[in-house]
Write a protein that binds this ligand. Sequence first.
Ligand code: GLP
Length: 267
Amino acid sequence: MPQPTRQFESRAGAVCIFESPGQACEAAADRIAAVLLSAARASRKAVLGLATGSTPIAVYKRLVEQHRHGALSFSHVHTYNLDEFYPISPTDPNSYRAYMQRHLFDHVGIPPNQTHVLDGTVPERAVAEHCQQFERWMEADGGLDLQLLGIGRNGHIGFNEPCDLPLEEALCLRTRLVSLHPVTTADAAKDFGGSQERVPRHALTLGVAPILAARSILILALGRNKTEAVARALEGNPNAELPASLLQTVAAKVRWYLDEEAAAALR
Ligand code: GLP
């Protein structure tokens, strides 16, 4: 297991800085594998909250390798994804359902009925009920053992975008339909043929409250695009303008895995 070159406690949780993005991803995969193995040893299900984006691709790659080598079973794993574009079909290659199939689910023998991704095809009148139902399913599965998170360049977690809500209200945000921030649609454009116009304007996202309710949270941030958001999340006051800073309210169960570039502005 790769070792961090530096680690310390911050007001937003434990911080581990790795020499390279690859090492940070390997360490994240090993942490997820540890959760799976400990649940298997106790004959329990493992319940994971999963993230998409470019950052966790190498994490899923390593988990797939471990599965192929026979070291990791997914038969007892139940997954809940953070978010999904809206509207979008699960068969659209840019949907997060398609991403999860491509990078993980299709390669690890996980029973399909144990993978949950918010459905970008539900009619708008049924969205609120679908989002409540998603949270009920998570609770019925016993809640998340581990939530894997990335961070947006604007500090978003899931698709909880920067907003001006008071702290107490931001912490209560539930799973819901949201409008995407211009920084988010600009960053997503590369996956939509380079055109920001083609990126859906809306998304479904797990709310701040169910994210923070996970029993442990692993947030992975890599590269210089994330330097500023990471520094603000770890060193600024917790506030809804920088959603990742809300992790400060549950710091005891949060771990940040960073590479040197993402950590470059930390004091
Ligand atoms: C995306 C996802 C987030 C992700 C973030 C960072 O839009 N909704 O869950 O963590 O933005 O993405 P990337 O890893 O590609 O930088």
